[in-house]
Write a protein that binds this ligand. Structure first.
Ligand SMILES: [Zn+2]
Length: 175
């Protein structure tokens, strides 16, 4: 459950939505709407709590999530107008989070397009990059994150799907 110790063999740790945030989102989401669970018969959409696709028949919910706002609350940053929220799938019931020992970055099908958006310590956008996931996805992500964190101003990055613009996971500077 502790996202800081989730073992991966990647250089940076892909962070799922934190357990305390999930608890709140399962009641009322970041847009103030009640959580509406349903059973997804088909599956396949990305779960931001467990960083894997929904398996057919799982009980899930689509909720509005404000990743930057929640990070800012922890750190005292003031993102101001950069704050935003968007739809994410989560398990509708308490879950274990990403599997321990899992390797690689989540949702990394080769050929998929990602935006890697950089934020500074105040939560202001300080650049970004469009990325087509290469065959060696792990190396591709490692390179893009290394490039982002080479700028000492960069405190965290958000990885988003290009077509839907939705937040997939975040990576923080290891300082
Ligand atoms: Zn989950």
């Amino acid at each position: 459950m502790n996202t800081d110790t989730t073992h991966t063999d990647t250089t940076y740790t892909p962070r799922p939505i934190a357990p305390d945030a999930l608890k709140q989102l399962r009641d009322t989401d970041d847009a103030g709407r009640p959580c509406v669970p349903y059973v997804d018969a088909e599956g396949g959409d990305p779960l931001r709590c467990c960083l894997r696709p929904i398996a057919p028949g799982e009980r899930v919910a689509l909720v509005s999530y404000a990743p930057l706002r929640r990070w800012a609350r922890e750190t005292g940053a003031a993102p101001g107008a950069y704050d935003e929220q968007g739809p994410v799938f989560i398990h509708a019931d308490p879950c274990e989070g990403p599997e321990g020992g899992r390797s690689g970055y989540p949702f990394s099908r080769a050929g998929a397009l990602r935006t890697v958006r950089r934020y500074d310590g105040q939560g202001h956008i300080v650049g970004g990059r469009l990325m087509e996931i290469p065959e060696d996805a792990e190396r591709g992500f490692d390179g893009v994150f290394a490039e982002a964190f080479a700028d000492p101003e960069v405190a965290l990055v958000h990885v988003r799907a290009v077509e839907y613009g939705c937040f997939l996971f975040e990576v923080r500077g290891e300082v």
